[in-house]
Design a protein around this ligand. Structure first.
Ligand code: ADP
Ligand code: MG
Length: 257
């Protein structure tokens, strides 16, 4: 489960990108994250991979507290969470195969195992015939598939996709969303940031709407999730209260001494 409790992110520039956001996402959910440009979608995704820390609040993934996660655990976290960035970050001087293989090579996975994994994923995302082409030889939709494939090499529990249909026409957008939906059906939690409302409305999935860094709507969430969010807030406040009691006791003690 992914849990954000009263998360605020303020950048050094003074911009408040997220404001008191509380959200729980269950294992296996498909969630659209929508909202106008600048509403905080990318910031939220970046916080989930510990690309940066929140200014305030708590973020947990399973039993990992991301705020307290030691730096040496971050690479492990990034294997648990696959990401497709808005700019895809594919290397132009490498083939699609090499691009997808790269994270596996860097983590020293057994060569044969890596090869098998890449072949299986490429088949899954429908890129088998383009394996040995370079990025410039692929269409926008195919590049998106390649980036999704690369995000799946460690069989992550969670897949984050930032505006994966941003530059695509309607038909291609729909195909990408269908692929993400299939990946979700196979068990991966999927969070997709988008402002393509047509795609969002036709799929009928949970939709979290951000505006100026706040969640203004969360359509399709279950009562269970509401309970979880309340529980999360309660825990945080209890912790704070305990700390305050402790601190005040400490104060009394210090005064005694
Ligand atoms: P979205 O993805 O919904 O378009 P972002 O999360 O990228 O929104 O941005 C939210 C707000 O935070 C915007 O006002 C943006 O300008 C600001 N912002 C994002 N990243 C940074 C940064 N690294 N430094 C300063 N401000 C930022
Ligand atoms: Mg963005």
């Amino acid at each position: 489960m992914i849990r954000l409790v009263e998360v605020t992110k303020t950048f050094g520039t003074g911009t408040s990108a997220l404001n008191d956001v509380s959200l729980t996402i269950e294992k296996g959910e498909f969630v659209f994250l929508v909202g106008p440009s600048g509403s905080g979608k990318t910031t939220l995704l970046r916080l989930l991979i510990r690309d940066m820390l929140p200014t305030k609040g708590i973020i947990t993934i399973g039993d990992w507290n991301l705020v307290e996660l030691p730096n040496n655990k971050v690479p492990h976290l990034r294997k648990r969470i696959g990401v497709v960035f808005q700019d895809l970050k594919l290397l132009m001087d490498r083939t699609i195969y090499e691009n997808i293989m790269l994270p596996l090579e860097m983590s020293e996975v057994d060569q044969n195992e890596a090869k098998q994994k890449v072949e299986q994923i490429v088949e899954q995302v429908g890129l088998s015939e383009h394996l040995h082409k370079f990025p410039v030889q692929l269409s926008g939709g195919e590049l998106q598939r390649a980036a999704i494939a690369r995000a799946l090499v460690f069989s992550p529990e969670i897949l984050l996709a930032d505006e994966p249909t941003g530059n695509l026409d309607n038909t291609t957008s729909w195909e990408i969303v269908k692929l993400l939906n299939d990946i979700n059906k196979a068990g991966t939690t999927v969070i997709m940031a988008t402002h393509n409302l047509e795609v969002v409305s036709s799929l009928g999935k949970r939709t979290v709407t951000l505006e100026k860094g706040r969640v203004i709507k969360d359509a399709g969430k279950s009562i269970k999730q509401e309970d979880q969010e309340d529980k999360g807030k309660k825990e945080v406040h209890e912790k704070k209260d305990n700390k305050e009691i402790k601190d005040s006791k400490k104060g009394e003690k210090d005064a005694d001494n």
